[in-house]
Design a protein around this ligand. Sequence first.
Ligand SMILES: *Cc1c(COP(=O)(O)O)cnc(C)c1O
Length: 382
Amino acid sequence: MKGYFGEFGGQYVPETLYPALIELESAMECAFGDAAFWAEFDGLMADYVGRPSPLTCAHRLSAHCGMEVWLKREDLNHTGSHKINNAIGQILLARRMGKTRIIAETGAGQHGVATATVCALFGMPCQVYMGSEDMRRQRLNVERMRLLGAEVIPVATGSATLKDATSEAIRDWVTNVDTTYYLIGSAIGPHPYPTMVKRFQAVIGVEARAQILTKKGALPRAVIACVGGGSNAIGIFAGFMQDPVELIGVEAYGNGVHSGASINFGLPGVLHGARLHLLQDGDRQVLPTHSVAAGLDYPGVGPEHSYLAMSGRARYGLVDDRQALAAFALLNRLEGIAPALESAHAIAYLNTYAQENPGACVIVNLSGRGDKDLHTVLEEGL
Ligand SMILES: *Cc1c(COP(=O)(O)O)cnc(C)c1O
């Protein structure tokens, strides 16, 4: 069925949003079939984002793990993560649709900054919903968004974090659909968002595949990426879907009490317009989440990941806060690279993978850089 990945995905939205989703889907299909749209996207990827991002052979990390480890360097993109790929794609679509106002949700602030950045680039007014708790924890990103000309709207409901900010952004969109484009930040939400976000982030996997074939002359045994909503993972997976390559997502195991590991510990349910694996209790109440990496601190996961897990095409491992912090330190020391704490979860999983696959060649998606996390790392200790 259209908009479904097996039993996952779909459009679980209020009646009033259906026309907007239909409008969005037809605009997306029209743009995706238009060579001029992709020419503009590719141009901005090259000249604004700085793509292609390098594929770096991590020699000292490889020796440490007893494997051959390559890093896909999304940390080197403008604004410091993979989020900009999707923000550029969606703002091009918004402009094409004649929308005059952009709204977004943000957790740690990375997607908010990416959205505020593209709105500055295109001269569009931008409002970003952000949990008041996240605003407190991520003050620097709040100030960055304001400098870029965006308005940051505090959300104090619920746990005052990403889930609540997303609900509030959807509420705004329902009220203002005629003028407003909702620029969602991960491979979540009702159809067509998961499909659209995957298509924009697929640039990561398409580049990585060509780069490894050029540099090594062979495909890797596995591709490893952290999974919050799942956009950086689905983006790199997209390049290897048809290959005999293991696809491994890494979920946040958190602090032993709460996690962000929806596929490992969740049950099918509906969140933010789609059916997916959701962390919930016996009464179907959404559970509180925790991860030291704010970008993985979300109770749901993109519906295509739910499907890939159930079908067995991908599998999903676990890394806790401590292991991620240790991997953060390790990559600094061995490679001179500070990974985002989200990406550090994927790095940490190398230890697990190496036990069963000594000598294997793997690509890790380094989804972002860690400058934003230095204060957290110092607070948590290593
Ligand atoms: C937002 C973010 C993530 C998590 O989001 P996905 O949609 O799962 O990719 C991971 N890494 C970084 C650096 C982020 O900013």
